[in-house]
Write a protein that binds this ligand. Structure first.
Ligand SMILES: Cc1ncc(C[n+]2csc(CCOP(=O)(O)OP(=O)(O)O)c2C)c(N)n1
Ligand SMILES: [Mg+2]
Length: 686
């Protein structure tokens, strides 16, 4: 299965192939010109590269973009989306000329940057530079993990496939790619091949304005296999040399490969080539006409393609069907030889969890003291044996985040099926790699760090939300409760900042049992990432038996918020998240002693609560009860949404300090007394 789908050619392309490449260049110019804006230069330069990969190198089947045996292609330089769209058109993935004409238009299949699940054949959403490299590293790690989970003893496996990434100067300059590439070197991810379009141009001018390092040397130092391919004498891609480099990269299976490929942006446009302007603006009618003449095409024709060219490139469908069919036969043999693994793969492909899996979720005894991070660790360890698809790790805080799976190997070159991932102190790459693992398919991946460092991975978290990847973040040390490490380590605005990301469920469980329920929700999420926000410090396991709000068997946490401790005809509502729910319950007691009836709402997940029907939300927060107090050890302004005009919020709107956690809660006024005081004031005011 490791061979190329067509006879590999380290030769000069045939006339038909040369015309296919020239056609891609011309369609690039036409499409951007019609849209009025876009990125023509790089797609023109890289047309031969993409053609070679899609026609001669990658194992893929345009008839089935989801075939699990396919090589993955990532366009990390997402601005050059036509590089990918034109190959999807030429190979027969479903895009047609009309789609190319609709580049960047409302509702089209060809948006400005490639979007996963929007256009068949797009493996990940790219545009934020650097992320595609991180995604590629994640896919390569996942490919290796899955291969050794399913087919550990084979020399050549049907599950071996490669990840091809096309990257630009921006990808190379962004820090996330350095983190991810360093990780890939340590992991010896031989399935990963990155092509760096070294065109020495970025938007603001020559890349030398901002880049002087020896990139090839840097990647050699990471432990990569590195090749450099110079331009052809005429300035075009040296295709035979590039083809030879692809072969060498494919043969290198013990190290990730980097091909530093020198190109000329906007080649062969007479005036626009090698200019920064060609990166992001239409070339203009005159320049396009002149370029068509250079390429031997009719300058009067637009969006033209010769029938014989399209027939030739769409042979990719025939070859794809054939190689896929052979693969299916090999899979049938593998299934017979490996019934247990075959059953596992069938389950993973169905998206089902094992029957009764949730029965092994731990339950915690009321009244005991358990840090929610510890409860999370107990959940992970209770499930790991049953769910081989559950794997993950931490950015070097495994012991603190309680993400370590005991008794399991690390995922390493020598133990590739290991379930623990040592991401290293690389939060941003961790987020991007997690996305790649999720995109590769069939994994339930988690990654941990301190909540305060979620900022270091935010761009990848946003992309997980945008793509709808069901990854799980284990963010512990969730408040000033961190204590002595001080303000650098104490999250303040983080909960609010994370809740601002669309399609991210931020869950801050009140106790150990809510933590188990939160994990259950995370593992059954299909298209929303989950952030688990967990305490460093012990919190009591709460008696939740009085929770009023569920009329089904699921944990009340699944409603996002619920009345954990009701009161008859409450004058007041106290609402809280995480460790502050305990404070709210203590304040409820204190108020009761003064003859004041307050109910307590645990609101672990604002996002899910917002999705509940109005009737349920009114049941939890009756509009008639205007005296409300929120308690959360984070910034207070967002709580206005729930406490309303008559309400008050207790939290912390400034940085923390170095002292033990209980001192900080006291000094910063997050106390039972403060809650009682604010509650009475709110009551008197309403
Ligand atoms: C994280 C991020 N920052 C900034 C941008 C905006 N941007 C798009 S392309 C680009 C750089 C263009 O240079 P290069 O990466 O070399 O691409 P080329 O023009 O050579 O194709 C920038 C700054 C982005 N897409 N992502
Ligand atoms: Mg560049």
């Amino acid at each position: 299965m490791s061979g190329s789908p067509s006879s590999s050619s380290a030769e000069v392309p045939t006339d038909l192939e040369a015309r296919a490449i020239a056609t891609a260049r011309i369609l690039t110019m036409d499409a951007v010109q019609k849209a009025g804006n876009g990125h023509p230069g790089t797609a023109m330069a890289l047309a031969p590269v993409a053609h070679h990969l899609f026609q001669h190198v990658m194992v893929h089947d345009p008839n089935d973009p989801h075939w699990i045996g396919r090589d993955r292609f990532i366009l990390s330089l997402g601005h050059s989306s036509l590089t990918l769209y034109l190959q999807l058109f030429l190979c027969g993935y479903g895009l047609e000329m009309d789609d190319i004409k609709q580049l960047r238009q409302w509702g089209s299949l060809t948006p400005g940057h490639p979007e996963w699940q929007h256009t068949a054949g797009v493996e990940t959403t790219t545009g934020p530079l650097g992320q595609g490299i991180g995604n590629g590293v994640g896919m390569a790690l996942a490919a290796r993990h899955e291969r050794y989970l399913l087919d550990p003893t084979a020399t050549n496996s049907i599950f071996d496939h490669r990840i091809w990434v096309l990257a630009s100067d921006g990808d190379i300059e962004e820090g996330v790619s350095a983190e991810a590439s360093s990780f890939a070197g340590r992991q010896e991810l031989g399935l990963l091949n990155v092509i760096y379009d070294d065109n020495q141009i970025t938007i603001d001018g020559p890349s030398s304005l901002s880049l002087s390092e020896d990139v090839a040397g840097r990647y050699l130092a990471y432990g990569w296999h590195v090749q450099t391919v110079d331009r052809a004498a005429n300035g075009d891609v040296d295709l035979p040399a590039f083809a030879a480099a692809c072969e060498a990269a494919t043969l290198e299976t013990a190290k990730p490969s980097l091909i530093v490929l020198k190109t000329t942006i906007a080649w062969p446009a007479p005036s626009a080539q090698n200019t920064s302007a060609s990166h992001g603006s239409a070339l203009g009618a005159d320049e396009i006409a002149a370029t068509k003449v250079v390429l031997g095409f009719d300058p009067e024709q637009h969006f033209a393609i010769d029938d014989d060219v399209l027939t030739h490139t769409r042979q990719a469908m025939v070859r794809g069907a054939q190689i896929h069919n052979e693969w299916n036969q090999a899979r049938a043999e593998w299934e017979t030889a490996h019934p247990e693994q075959a059953a596992l793969l069938a389950r993973l492909e169905s998206g089902e969890l094992p029957a009764n899996w949730s029965a092994s979720l731990p339950t915690f005894e009321i009244g005991t003291q358990v840090a929610t991070r510890k409860a999370s660790g107990a959940v992970i360890n209770a499930l790991a044996g049953q769910l081989p698809e559950l794997w993950g790790g931490s950015a070097d805080l495994g012991e603190s985040n309680n993400t370590h799976i005991k008794g399991a190997d690390h995922s390493m070159p020598a133990t590739p099926a290991g379930a623990n991932i040592a991401f290293g102190i690389r939060e941003h790459a961790m987020g991007s790699i997690m996305n790649g693992i999720a995109l590769h398919g069939r994994s339930k991946v988690f990654g941990g760090t301190f909540l305060v460092f979620s900022d270091y991975m935010r761009p990848a978290v946003r992309l997980a939300g945008l793509m709808g990847l069901p990854v799980t973040y284990v963010w512990t040390h969730d408040s000033i409760g961190v204590g002595e490490d001080g303000p650098t380590h104490q999250p303040i605005e983080h909960l609010a900042a994370l809740r601002a990301i669309p399609n991210l469920n931020v869950i801050r469980p009140a106790d150990a049992n809510e933590t188990a329920a939160a994990w259950q929700l995370a593992l059954t999420s299909e298209s929303t990432p989950t952030a688990l926000i967990l305490t460093r410090q012990d919190v009591p396991v709460l008696d939740r038996s009085g929770a009023t709000t569920t009329n089904d068997a699921s944990d009340p946490l699944t409603k996002g918020a619920y009345t954990i401790s009701p009161a008859d005809n409450p004058e007041l509502i106290l609402m809280a998240t995480g460790s502050e729910v305990t404070l709210a319950l203590q304040a409820q007691e204190a108020l009761k002693k003064q003859g004041v009836a307050a109910s307590v709402v645990s609101m672990p997940c604002v996002e899910i609560f917002r999705e509940q029907p109005q009737a349920y939300r009114d049941e939890v927060l009756p509009p008639s009860v205007r005296a409300r107090v929120s308690i959360e050890a984070g910034i207070t302004p967002p709580w206005r949404e729930f406490v309303g005009d008559g309400g008050r919020s207790i939290g912390i709107d400034h940085y923390g300090a170095s002292a033990n956690g209980s001192t900080l809660y006291r000094e910063f006024g997050i106390t039972v007394e403060a809650v009682v005081e604010q509650a009475l004031a709110a009551r008197d005011q309403n």
